[in-house]
Ligand binder design. Structure first.
Ligand code: BTN
Ligand code: 3PY
Ligand code: ZN
Length: 633
């Protein structure tokens, strides 16, 4: 009845509902207590079966008759010793020392984070990860780490997947107790798009370490080490591994891009070492580092810095495998790769091929290729379920050396361009993105600075503005909010600062802040915020995970909680049912708690009645159930 009340309410129908609306409309709660989780999940399935899921509407569909992905069978019993055991027994510095002392090329599998972020718009659901995690623990325990958290996954879990990112982390940690988990942290931007107060960043890191992150890759979107210290210190304080990270842009071999030369990167690496990093991350988020440049850069970093080096790249150009091998030759300690079925293109290069490429060399990874194939076969079945989120990118593209877009942004920006009707003008968008970069003084482009460049480029192409027109002090223009925010100094400062001309033009005379943004942000009163949030949630107790989710994304978190109250634990649904609902005659099961499973059979979908409602007939654990949902089509 609660959901019926809600679904019929005009504010909900106008799609403006938020949890606040639910709070301000107490009559909805007259029946709320009677809703059990089974009913909530059935309501979700009924609604999606009748109306479709807003996220997959109009998109490619998975092949009919696809089976649920089947993870490889694993033996039960003692797990092999892995990096996590070393971390637990000897600590973060011991892991870094071990990395440098041993000769195998160490591998991080990015499938569960950057792999799907870069290929499927970050839409992979937790259930598809958790089901294969035991196979990693048993069969791929020699991996350096599994990147499975942070970056865009945090936001997308709440916003689009209707699930709790903390629970994902907790479940993965439990299923892979011997292999280190890894996350991507945007330093003072946390896992968001803006600078957070220092104590919010500290609380977030602390919670991530408690819930299950072992390796924190910390970067700043303008490569400003000053703006990374709060996050790095918090990681070191937690006892976990701090991977202080350089973002690579430009081309060290190109004399015309002298701003980002070898000396610049070695200098930054030394700063990160002095700032307390255990590992040096080299993050080539767009895949711009060419093989010969990798050889030089890795050699210099290994010679001049005492830290083990962990290299990350993207295969947008198609040449990243060669870069990995060159880096391996030059002595890089660890590299990132994605499982075969989630590799290539804007994602990482192919893990199985790297393993085979180094077989019987002195950098042999020691990983079992048969196990990699088994696990990749599983990922292939998983990927097939997400056809709606494929970008359709057909081939490698050397154009990446022109625009320098990060792999995680590329398909996103393309989709944004499509929605503005600029799909046919993509190459213009790419050129304009490069122009905007020069206009901002040639900056690192990675979340969130990459979003700023993208926003500006889309505005210019859609309004037909050239760089000269934008820079002309005589014309008056209104700039995207993100551009104003960045030039005010709210993301910090790039090397050499932003060019004065564009700052004046955008800020219209207002003085930018040149200091660390966090320096001017008041600490948040965490306990007062917890109390306030609890009140917003009808007195529900607010734990540290929920509090940290709310601090990162207040509105996204509250919307998630509002939907959770209606639809219950939909994270436990198979992916096909989550995005497409069920067909009459279909049966699924959903384990909503360990040992508590809903056996759901959809019997029939009725006709739409005079109130515009449809009855959907189910069997839930053998008992008949009828759910009414509005037909909104
Ligand atoms: C999402 O917000 O994308 C995932 C949660 C499901 C939202 C449900 S789908 C049926 C109903 N219609 C909407 O537009 N939102 C809810
Ligand atoms: C992110 O911040 O999400 C990234 O993947 C940056 O490369
Ligand atoms: Zn990446």
């Amino acid at each position: 009845a609660f959901v019926e009340n809600l679904l019929k309410h005009p504010t909900f129908l106008s799609n403006e509902y938020t949890t606040k609306f639910i709070d301000e409309t107490p009559e909805l709660f007259n029946f709320a207590k009677r809703q059990d989780r089974g009913t909530k999940v059935l309501t979700y399935i009924a609604d999606i079966s009748v109306n479709g899921h807003p996220e997959t509407e109009g998109r490619a569909e998975p092949k009919a008759g696809l089976k649920d992905p089947r993870p490889p069978k694993v033996e039960t019993g003692a797990l092999p010793y892995g990096t996590r055991n070393l971390l637990e027994q000897k600590g973060a510095q011991a892991v870094a020392d071990w990395m440098k002392a041993q000769r195998q090329l160490l591998l991080t599998d990015t499938t569960m984070r950057d792999g799907h972020q870069s290929l499927l718009a970050t839409r992979m659901r937790s259930i598809d990860m958790i089901r294969v995690a035991p196979a990693y623990a048993q069969s791929l325990s020699q991996l350096f780490s599994v990147e499975c958290w942070g970056g865009a996954t945090f936001d997308v879990a709440y916003r689009f997947l209707q699930e709790c990112p903390w629970q994902r982390l907790r479940d993965l940690r439990e299923a892979m107790p011997n292999v280190m988990t890894q996350m991507l942290l945007r330093a003072s931007n946390g896992v968001g798009y803006t600078n957070y107060p220092d104590n919010v960043v500290q609380a977030f890191v602390k919670q991530a370490a408690i819930t299950g992150v072992d390796v924190f890759r910390v970067f700043d979107s303008l490569n400003w080490v000053e703006n990374m210290r709060v996050a790095m210190d918090a990681v070191v304080e937690s006892g976990k591994i701090c991977e202080g990270t350089i973002c690579y842009t430009g081309d060290i071999m190109d004399p015309d891009r002298a701003k980002y030369d070898l000396k610049y990167y070695v200098g930054m690496a030394k700063d990160l070492e002095a700032a307390g990093a255990h590992i040096l991350g080299l993050k080539d988020m767009a895949g711009l580092l060419k093989p010969a440049a990798a050889r030089q850069l890795v050699k210099a970093l290994k010679e001049e810095v005492g830290l083990p080096v962990h290299f990350h790249t993207h295969d947008t150009s198609g040449i990243a495998g060669a870069t990995i091998l060159a880096a391996a030759d030059a002595g890089v300690d660890a590299v990132d790769a994605a499982m075969d079925a989630f590799s290539g293109g804007t994602s990482q290069p192919c893990l199985g091929s790297i393993v085979e490429g180094l077989r019987n060399t002195d950098r042999d990874t020691g990983l079992d290729i048969a196990k990699i194939r088994e696990i990749s076969d599983y990922w292939e079945q998983v990927r097939a379920q997400y056809a709606a989120f494929e970008s359709g990118l057909q081939a490698p593209a050397s154009e990446v050396y022109l625009h320098e877009m990060p792999g995680g942004q590329f398909t996103n920006l393309k989709a944004q361009a499509r929605s503005l009707g600029l799909e046919e003008r993509w190459h213009e968008v790419a050129q304009t993105y490069a122009d905007v970069n020069q206009m901002f003084g040639d900056i690192v482009k990675v979340t969130p600075s990459s979003k700023v460049v993208g926003d500006m480029a889309l505005m210019m192409v859609s309004q037909g503005l050239s760089r000269e027109e934008v820079e002309d002090p005589q014309t008056d223009l209104s700039f995207p909010d993100s551009v104003v925010d960045m030039l005010r100094g709210n993301l910090g400062q790039p090397p050499g600062g932003f060019p004065a001309g564009i700052v004046d033009k955008v800020l219209k005379g207002e003085k930018p802040n040149l200091e660390r943004p966090g320096k001017h942000l008041e600490p948040v009163d965490l306990e007062a915020t917890r109390a306030e949030l609890s009140q917003q949630l009808e007195g529900k107790a607010v734990d540290d995970e929920d509090l940290n989710g709310y601090l990162m994304y207040p509105k996204v978190f509250l919307d998630y909680m509002g939907r959770h109250r209606q639809y219950g634990p939909v994270r436990s649904l198979p992916t096909r049912a989550f995005f497409y609902g069920m067909e009459p005659g279909e049966e699924i099961s959903a384990e909503i708690d360990p040992g508590k499973t809903l056996e759901i059979r959809l019997q029939a979908i009725g006709e739409t009645d005079e109130n515009g409602e449809v009855k959907v007939f189910f069997e839930l654990n053998g008992q008949p159930r009828v759910i009414r949902v509005p037909n909104r089509l």
